[in-house]
Design a protein around this ligand. Structure first.
Ligand SMILES: Cc1ncc(COP(=O)(O)O)c(C=O)c1O
Length: 361
């Protein structure tokens, strides 16, 4: 890696691949001889539409999106989807099921209560979200319009290792912090959405992959900008889309291809997470926060048991070039977010640093 760059373990926005940033820089003022930046292009221009179409087709291929589903680019991040999902879907029966396994699923659930009757299918808050409920622990309603869960809990460092069985109730999943880290069977989902600022692009939008048969039933109060039906009909261009963020996603998708797509990424992320969990499991100082079976391969959370030592670790790590490693205040301790763009070398060096810190403390 270019030696003036730090290893950024931020939970998001987070690292982008250096080659992507360099490519963007090289095309910044003059996109491939067009004499203009992608930032300056009309979203209706032939040139931008060709960029847009290629990105959608790359996304469809890499994420293996079946023809039943549409890919949408929507502004407002994942939080926008917390409102859009119930507004578009809950009208079917007036009810929905939510699994609460962390802060963001809790917020999503709270937002949905404005629009219908919500059943909390599971809540891991009894053990500060350190585990993921099993299938048999989910209290699902047969008449729910949909079941919502968050695939990876960014703050607590837990990840669902199975796709819940809902007996025909459409599944809606927030994949903000683990999308594109492994292959996903999209056909099992009604909707997958993700804020892009961790594994896909700079902040500014969410990607929504939606089963087209679910669109068109929104509550009458649904703002036009939130309607999945309109977004599908207008190919994400009912208003000006975040053109440059979409372009950046396109560069990241080309980089993903070079890593072997989601299959290649899955091997890499398993190896990276394994390096850090091995350090934690063999340590007498560091304590992993999440239960072993629920551990996230994207956000590795740990602590020492002493607030002072945690603070010392964060301080010394920062000085050594491992930045943004302090845990979220809700979970405490430390969190190393090792999304797709975090190089293997960054993880190996952090592991060495952790072992040395343990020896000295
Ligand atoms: C899993 C998850 N969902 C939702 C959000 C909220 O995303 P946004 O800030 O794009 O609204 C985050 C942000 O970190 C997240 O990690």
């Amino acid at each position: 890696m270019s030696n003036d760059r730090v290893y950024n373990f931020s939970a998001g926005p987070s690292m982008l691949p250096l080659s992507v940033l360099e490519k963007a820089a090289s095309e910044l003022t003059n996109y491939r001889g067009s004499g203009q930046s992608v930032m300056e292009m009309s979203h209706r221009s032939k040139l931008y539409l060709s960029i847009f179409e290629e990105i959608k087709s790359d996304f469809k291929r890499i994420f293996k999106v079946p023809d039943t589903h549409e890919i949408l680019f929507m502004q407002g991040g994942a939080t926008f989807q917390f409102g859009a999902v119930p507004l578009n879907l809950i009208g079917k029966t007036g009810k929905a099921d939510y699994a609460i396994t962390g802060n963001f699923s809790k917020i999503a659930c709270k937002e949905a209560t404005k629009y219908g009757e919500i059943n909390v299918a599971a809540d891991s808050g009894d053990r500060n979200h350190t585990y993921i409920p099993s299938q048999s622990e989910l209290k699902l309603s047969p008449d729910a319009s949909y079941f919502h869960y968050c695939a990876n809990n960014t703050i607590y460092g837990t990840e669902w290792k199975y796709v819940p069985e809902t007996n025909g109730v459409p599944i809606v999943c927030d994949m903000s912090s683990n999308i594109m880290s492994k292959p996903v069977d999209v056909s099992k989902y009604g909707i997958i959405y993700a804020g892009v600022q961790k594994n896909m692009a700079p902040a500014g939008m969410a990607v929504v992959v939606i089963d087209k048969s679910l669109a068109g039933n929104e509550l009458p109060i649904t703002p036009k900008i939130m309607s999945y039906k309109i977004a599908i009909d207008k190919d994400s261009m009912d208003n000006t889309p975040p053109c440059y963020t979409i372009y950046m996603l396109g560069l990241v998708l080309k980089w993903l291809d070079e890593q072997g797509g989601t299959e290649g990424m899955a091997k890499i992320k398993t190896k990276k997470a394994g390096i850090l969990y091995d350090v934690l499991d063999s340590s007498r100082l560091f304590i992993p926060i999440a239960d072993k079976e629920a551990r996230s391969d994207m956000n590795v959370t740990f602590r020492t048991g002493s607030d002072e030592l945690d603070a010392k670790f964060v301080k010394e790590a920062t000085e050594a070039g491992f930045v943004n490693i302090k845990g979220h205040r809700l979970a405490g301790g430390m969190r190393a977010s090792i999304y797709n763009a975090m190089p293997m070398e960054g993880v190996e060096k952090l592991a060495d640093f952790m072992r040395a810190f343990e020896k000295n403390n």
